[in-house]
Write a protein that binds this ligand. Structure first.
Ligand SMILES: NC(=O)c1ccc[n+]([C@@H]2O[C@H](COP(=O)([O-])OP(=O)(O)OC[C@H]3O[C@@H](n4cnc5c(N)ncnc54)[C@H](O)[C@@H]3O)[C@@H](O)[C@H]2O)c1
Length: 306
């Protein structure tokens, strides 16, 4: 039996789903994308064309390669048209448990028992989604970081009954497609990286909220000591402060711990409509945040006032 994953279904072609279809099509996988919104299909196709054109412009691929990659992707508007024997399906619909359960229950009816079905959810573990599925050994979390081709980590997490055979097949696919597979040994909210990043965000905000240091000095320490072009507050602005708050609330609902509630320094910004880069103001002002000025790093806040 061929142990390779050659055909992949993507459910939901929004921000991340569109990247997944393009990434796997680049490695000559046969891709079927189910997306109910014509607008999302149009946006995905536009993104695919622009991304591939930029690769042509930088000499990475030829126009023929572009045509072959796009040929590997078929968009469909009816989920029941997904080929029954698709090797792997990755669900990338909005972050909503009942919606994801509905999609999984439908996929179980359409696909054969060997089809591996993964969710790309950032915060919902497969152990919650799998409750509606009878055949649980082929299910897993498969979590990507955008842009998938520049941040090539995929975190894999088992459900209650996921077989090692399934994990091994997905690990093999990841390696074949230039992704680095990291397998969590236990169920973990936030997988590996996002769990650590959440702790960093939380502590950075507590340091500022408790009046220990300014947000700028927190970022200065991070940027200089880790030789990184942006600090935790700059990164939070990039992600969007409303999304950062949603993540805090997910951890709070999961753990019930008071210290997972979003800190005041964050909620006050959101109440003022300052959501980060996308609104022109967050912890910094955009489009030219202070931390991008080379002199800024060398001028810490020594006034003793927050
Ligand atoms: N955005 C990210 O950076 C990122 C990173 C990793 C994981 N994720 C996860 O990926 C999932 C999708 O996130 P996104 O940012 O791409 O969302 P998005 O809102 O950009 O895209 C979701 C897409 O799903 C479509 N959709 C809605 N209902 C559907 C259904 N029943 N069947 C098929 N498609 C349906 C929507 O039309 C939309 O195009 C979420 O679970 C999120 O946690 C997102």
């Amino acid at each position: 039996m061929d142990n390779n994953i050659n055909s992949i279904g993507i459910i939901g072609s929004g921000y991340i789903g569109a990247q997944l279809s393009l990434h796997f099509a680049t490695f000559n996988k046969d891709i079927v994308v189910f997306e109910p919104s014509q607008q999302s299909i149009d946006t995905s196709k536009k993104m695919h064309n622009e991304e591939l054109d930029s690769r042509i412009a930088s000499g990475k691929i030829t126009a023929t390669t572009k045509a072959n990659i796009l040929n590997n992707i078929t968009f469909i508007d009816d989920i029941t048209k997904i080929p029954t024997d698709t090797n792997l399906i990755i669900e990338a619909v909005p972050e909503d448990l009942p919606l994801k359960q509905k999609v999984f229950a439908k996929l179980e009816k359409i696909c054969c028992s060997d089809t591996i079905i993964a969710t790309n959810s950032s915060s919902i573990s497969i152990s919650k989604i799998e409750k509606v599925v009878k055949n649980k050994h082929t299910l897993l979390n498969m979590h990507f970081y955008p842009p998938v081709w520049d941040r090539p980590i995929v975190e894999l997490m088992k459900g209650c009954e996921t077989s090692n055979h399934v994990i091994n097949k997905v690990v093999k696919l990841a390696k074949q497609t230039d992704l680095i597979p990291l397998v969590t040994k236990k169920e973990s909210m936030g997988f590996i990286f996002n769990r650590i990043w959440h702790a960093i965000k939380k502590e950075a905000m507590h340091v500022a909220n408790e009046g220990i240091a300014t947000i700028e000095d927190v970022d200065r320490a991070w940027m200089v000591l880790l030789n990184y072009p942006i600090g935790p507050f700059g990164l939070m602005d990039m992600v969007g402060l409303d999304i950062i708050k949603d993540v805090f609330m997910s951890y709070y609902h999961e753990t019930g711990k008071q210290d997972e509630l979003p800190p005041a320094i964050l909620t006050e910004k959101i109440e003022r409509g300052e959501l980060g880069r996308k609104t022109g103001k967050g912890f910094y002002n955009y489009p030219n945040p202070a931390f991008t000025d080379p002199n800024w790093l060398k001028n810490p806040d020594i006034t003793n006032e927050l």
